[in-house]
Write a protein that binds this ligand. Structure first.
Ligand code: OSB
Ligand code: MG
Length: 371
């Protein structure tokens, strides 16, 4: 049955993180992004979120490229085709190269709308069965090691199931050694956001003594060859984030031995359908996966929660509670973490309502597209 799409709205929002978040490539505090809203003839509303940042530091996409690609290429494709099932959308978008976060912002809204029409939770529509998901936390680079240790203690006390520490040259081995002394048994991992090169092999091998769950994306953002060389000489599992944009990238990384774990981010891989394909491949090959985060507002966060209900998401993800990021989120209720767990909502679609008052507060403008 065709999904009778009547209208699409793109809302441009500006929100401010409670605290600045620092990675090896830069610091974030003010976030501008889009919420997509698809409305059908029966009045159902499906929501998506674009996770691109303002600058192309994490990947080449930006807020502006997302709007350009949605308006000039992707929305016309949605208008020109009948959609019966959200899985068609990734094939329809396939001729447009990359621009995965733009694709995902629209595809996610189609999935939510479809699930609401079918009166299914988004988790169930994707085939997920978990009722609760395990949650970890990602901690940005801190001014001092003492600050880092205090911050970790705070989140360990709050029950988060694993701690991810951002590293970069000059803030790595010594810092993690100190952290290990204070937290001998805590599940800890490190994320370098591509801050090292293959010349750093010997330095990175020093991390092998620290009993880390994994090291995420140590080398170039587009590399899978040097990561294979590095994984061959390291005990610590390598997890790829930036390098994986598709199932094909995943297959190649698997064949080369570039990693043992994959961080699946819905936006980075072009949407929920491709995320699920990567998940299914990893399940088949015995590669552990977890769901990464992009400092999302509530809609993107809800999509992450739904995806994480799939069986091979065996490691805690980065989808922490709304209040870790925002004074006020744009969904009701907000995403809440208790004892390191999020209860998966049981309402249809993303399972959280839009907080219209909060949306109004953060919306800079809205554009309407008629189908
Ligand atoms: O590499 O996972 C990453 C934040 C911004 C850009 C890239 C990354 C991150 C995080 C935080 O690690 C994830 C989150 O808490 O949403
Ligand atoms: Mg990462």
């Amino acid at each position: 049955m065709t999904i009778p799409i009547k209208q699409l709205k793109i809302h441009k929002l500006n929100m401010r993180l409670k605290d600045p978040f620092t990675t090896s490539f830069g610091t974030f505090q003010d976030k501008e992004f889009f919420i997509t809203e698809l409305i059908d003839e029966d009045g159902n509303r499906g929501y998506g979120e674009s996770v691109a940042f303002s600058s192309p530091w994490y990947s080449e996409e930006t807020v502006k490229t997302n709007l350009h690609v949605m308006e000039d290429f992707l929305i016309p494709i949605l208008k020109d085709n009948q959609i019966n099932h959200p899985e068609q959308v990734s094939d329809l978008f396939h001729p447009i190269k990359r621009n995965n976060m733009a694709k995902s912002a629209l595809e996610g809204a189609v999935w939510d709308l479809y699930a609401k029409r079918e009166k299914l939770t988004l988790a169930a529509a994707l085939g997920g069965e978990r009722k609760q998901i395990d949650v970890g936390i990602s901690i940005g680079i801190q001014p001092t090691v003492d600050d880092l240790i205090q911050t970790i203690q705070h989140f360990v006390d709050a029950g988060y199931k694993r701690i991810k520490i951002k590293i970069k040259p000059g803030w790595d081995v010594e810092v993690l050694r100190e952290v290990r002394k204070h937290f001998p048994d805590t599940p800890i991992m490190a994320d370098a956001n591509s801050a090292y090169t293959i010349d750093d092999i010997e330095h990175l091998q020093k991390l092998d003594d620290l009993n880390l769950m994994m090291i995420e994306q140590p080398l170039e953002h587009d590399d899978i060859v040097d990561h294979a060389k590095l994984q061959a000489v390291m005990k610590t599992p390598i997890c790829l984030d930036e390098s994986i944009h598709s199932l094909e990238d995943t297959r190649k990384a698997y064949e080369l031995g570039s990693c043992k774990i994959i961080n699946i981010k819905i936006g980075r891989v072009g949407g929920l359908t491709e995320a699920k394909r990567i998940h299914d491949f990893c399940m088949d090959k015995g590669i552990d996966v977890w769901c990464g985060g992009m400092l999302e507002a509530g809609v993107g966060r809800a999509h992450n929660v739904a995806l994480t209900t799939l069986a091979q998401f065996v490691l805690p993800g980065d989808t922490a509670g709304s209040s870790r990021y925002w004074e006020r989120d744009i969904i009701k209720p907000e995403v809440v973490v208790e004892n390191g767990l999020i209860n998966v909502p049981d309402q249809p679609g993303i399972g959280y309502d839009i907080d219209e008052e909060a949306m109004d507060e953060f919306t800079e403008w809205t554009r309407v597209y008629h189908f």
